[in-house]
Design a protein around this ligand. Structure first.
Ligand SMILES: [Cu+2]
Length: 92
């Protein structure tokens, strides 16, 4: 019973710590863009649950546990893929 409570607290902590990150991106025009940005974020090994939506021109993801993806890292990844990150929001 103690172990179950402990696991519950651990899971709760993880879900609290995993920030949802939203990135507004300029230059997304098609599915290839979506693919390039998704691949770029995935390659960092710091982002999971990655979703890039063409219509919204927005990428959302959660940070991998204990791996912080800074705003400048995000901008660099998006730039490397050929686009520009104009706004980054974090939601706990
Ligand atoms: Cu495209």
């Amino acid at each position: 019973m103690k172990i179950i409570s402990f696991l519950g607290i651990m899971l709760f902590s993880v879900s609290v710590l995993a920030a949802r990150v939203e990135v507004d991106i300029v230059g997304i025009t098609c599915g290839m863009c979506v693919e390039a940005i998704t691949k770029g974020l995935k390659a960092t090994d710091k982002a999971e649950n990655i979703s890039v939506v063409l219509e919204d021109k927005k990428a959302t993801f959660t940070e991998v546990k204990n791996k912080k993806l800074t705003d400048s890292e995000i901008k660099a990844v998006i730039k490397k893929a050929g686009y520009e990150a104009v706004k980054i929001r974090r939601k706990q």
